[in-house]
Design a protein around this ligand. Structure first.
Ligand SMILES: *[C@@H]1O[C@H](CO)[C@@H](O)[C@H](O)[C@H]1NC(C)=O
Length: 590
């Protein structure tokens, strides 16, 4: 028991470092689907994407960040209270003393101090807004990894333990801890505020509490109900998570049916109904809190993603995307171990022989199902990571036993080290500029009237990193999906023709600017009464790509000048986002 809490602390400290060192942008959802709605709720300002406007997402995950943000406000109010009280006491002491009162030097210091009384809570408040979500993610991901390790240990105990004279339990724990902590994708991804990381952690906890034994020893215990509850709650966040539980459930029922354990079946059904009701009630409550009315985002999510072709709007990947890209990237250097583990029997003893076969079967079925969904991203199969790690771990365990490998050999650290450094590099360097530009706008003292981002939509975080509510006009080029096609039977075809604002921009930049912006040189050139979609902002943010292609020349004789730039990427998969982030500033109109 004591040992396992040490293990958890170790993982947690590692992940806190990991989270704090991460300062780059991976994908829009990292901010727009988690921190932004939470920021809006906690501070009263922020921007919602269409998913939140039509109620497609459950608020449960962002809710955790809202609680974090609210504690930030409380902490900075406390700091303010303490400082300002101190300030008042100091001031009244000085003013009451007729000698001290005369000292300009002392009064000067007091004045400085009263400025700090406002500045310190504000600055710490901002730092907290940036770092508290990281702490939360470090915590969530450590729990997930800890339970992955514990699940491996549990499986060891259910299978090898009885016949293993060498008592290799600690070896298993050691192997899987090292594999998961040095996994490239974990280090790159796990502490980012993606719901897939949350999903992975919940899955890992629920898998640990699942009853894996052949004798079904745990079915009557609280832990089994907990497993059901957590898995059902996870499915309400991400319905695709059900593909893991479907097979586990079928297997369990099949086991019980073939042994004619009717009472146990009844108990499971009973526990499942109860857990589902609890999970649904909890989720409804949270969503009611956010949306202000009773709503079931999960059903809309299913409708959107599986029964309409609209999800194709977000890209269609080839069928083999997960097999050839997601699985290798998520496994990293474990890939050979994993493949070996998948094709070789990992356990030939007598106890609970079904466990490894079941896990492999679930992995295969999930990869098949995910491959059939047209919209594919690496992170979608991330909840399988606990299984990936377990298969790799037992594969390595088998290899060490077979070839008498000594894992203490320094040679074995080469790949883990390279993989960790590579992840660290991406966390520090690639796509940092789109974050820096938000810190930059936060740091500008005084009022900013307007900031506009002419780049593909959601290329930067928003108020979760800007955290400034006095910019009157803050806008970006949008990318609304064609929601009007949701009910359309012909949507497949119409979808191909649909263009959002970002598409129009890059289709013909000159035309786009001509149609949606007033002339840039001079305010006097506008045709009277004409309405424009956008106004030229005080600060204009673009990618270097747009600058080189068009803007630099276009703005040459305009009131704009390049104010600053942030290096963002050397190469980028999306050419529209390549190069630096460039900030233009406008002099007052002539
Ligand atoms: C979010 O920003 C977009 C683009 O500038 C704008 O159209 C929309 O009205 C904003 N929404 C909110 C809630 O501020």
């Amino acid at each position: 028991m004591r040992k396992s809490s040490t293990l958890f602390k170790l993982i947690l400290i590692y992940r806190i470092f990991n989270a704090f060192l991460t300062k780059t942008f991976f994908q829009a959802d990292e901010f727009w689907q988690s921190l932004e709605p939470a920021h809006l709720k906690a501070f009263g300002y922020g921007n919602l994407t269409w998913e939140w406007n039509i109620g497609l997402r459950s608020y449960a995950f962002p809710f955790i960040f809202e609680l974090g943000y609210r504690s930030c406000s409380i902490i900075s109010s406390c700091i303010y209270f303490i400082l300002s009280t101190f300030d008042k006491i100091l001031l009244s002491t000085v003013l009451q003393n007729k000698y001290l009162k005369e000292s300009n030097f002392l009064l000067g210091i007091l004045k400085e101090f009263s400025l700090l009384t406002n500045a310190i809570p504000q600055e710490t408040g901002y730092l907290l807004v940036l770092y508290v979500p990281k702490l939360i993610m470090a915590f969530i991901s450590s729990i997930g990894e800890y339970y992955t390790v514990m699940l491996a240990y549990k499986i060891y105990n259910l299978t090898f333990a009885k016949e293993d004279k060498n008592r290799n339990g600690p070896t298993i724990i050691k192997i899987i801890t090292i594999l998961t902590l040095t996994n490239f994708f974990n280090n790159f991804f796990i502490t980012r505020t993606f719901i897939n990381s949350f999903e992975m952690s919940l899955t890992s906890i629920a898998l640990y509490y699942w009853d894996w034994s052949f004798e079904n020893l745990q079915i009557n215990q609280f832990s089994f109900s907990l497993s059901l509850f957590i898995s059902m709650f996870t499915i309400l966040q991400r319905p695709t998570n059900g593909f893991i539980w479907l097979w586990l459930g079928i297997h369990k029922l099949y086991q019980l049916l073939s042994n004619r354990k009717w009472m146990q079946i009844l108990r499971i059904v009973n526990a499942a109904i109860k857990s589902f009701s609890f999970a649904l009630a909890l989720n409804c409550l949270i969503d009611y809190y956010f949306y202000g009315h009773l709503t079931f985002p999960v059903f809309k999510f299913i409708k959107f993603n599986f029964t309409s072709s609209l999800s194709k709007f977000y890209g269609q990947a080839p069928w083999n995307f997960h097999i050839f890209q997601s699985v290798p990237i998520i496994l990293g250097y474990n890939l050979p171990l994993f493949l070996y583990g998948m094709i070789t029997p990992l356990y030939t003893g007598k106890d609970n022989r079904h466990i490894f076969k079941l896990i492999k079967f679930i992995i295969l079925m999930n990869i098949i199902v995910y491959s059939m969904i047209s919209h594919k991203e690496f992170r979608f199969i991330y909840p399988l990571q606990p299984f990936f790690q377990i298969i790799s771990t037992f594969a390595l365990f088998k290899l060490t036993a077979r070839y008498k490998l000594n894992l203490n050999n320094n040679f074995f650290w080469i790949l883990p080290t390279i993989s960790t450094i590579a992840a660290l590099f991406l966390c520090r360097v690639q796509e940092g500029g789109v974050m820096d530009v938000m810190y930059f706008f936060h740091s500008i003292k005084g009022d900013i009237t307007s900031v506009g981002f002419i780049m593909p939509c959601h290329s930067t975080p928003w108020q979760s990193h800007l955290h400034k509510n006095n910019i009157q006009d803050l806008w970006y080029i949008t990318c609304e999906p064609p929601l009007h096609l949701l009910e359309d039977t012909n949507s497949d075809k119409l979808l191909l023709e649909y263009m959002d604002e970002s598409d129009y921009l890059y289709d013909n930049i000159q035309l786009f600017l001509y149609q949606n912006f007033p002339p840039v040189y001079n305010k006097g050139l506008r045709s009277p009464g004409k309405q424009y979609l956008h106004e030229w902002p005080e600060f204009l943010v673009i990618f270097q790509h747009l600058d080189d292609e068009f803007m630099k020349q276009y703005l040459e004789d305009s009131p704009y000048f390049e104010y600053t730039r942030f290096s963002n990427s050397f190469i980028h998969w999306d050419s529209r986002r390549s190069g630096d982030v460039v900030v233009y500033h406008k002099r007052p109109w002539a």
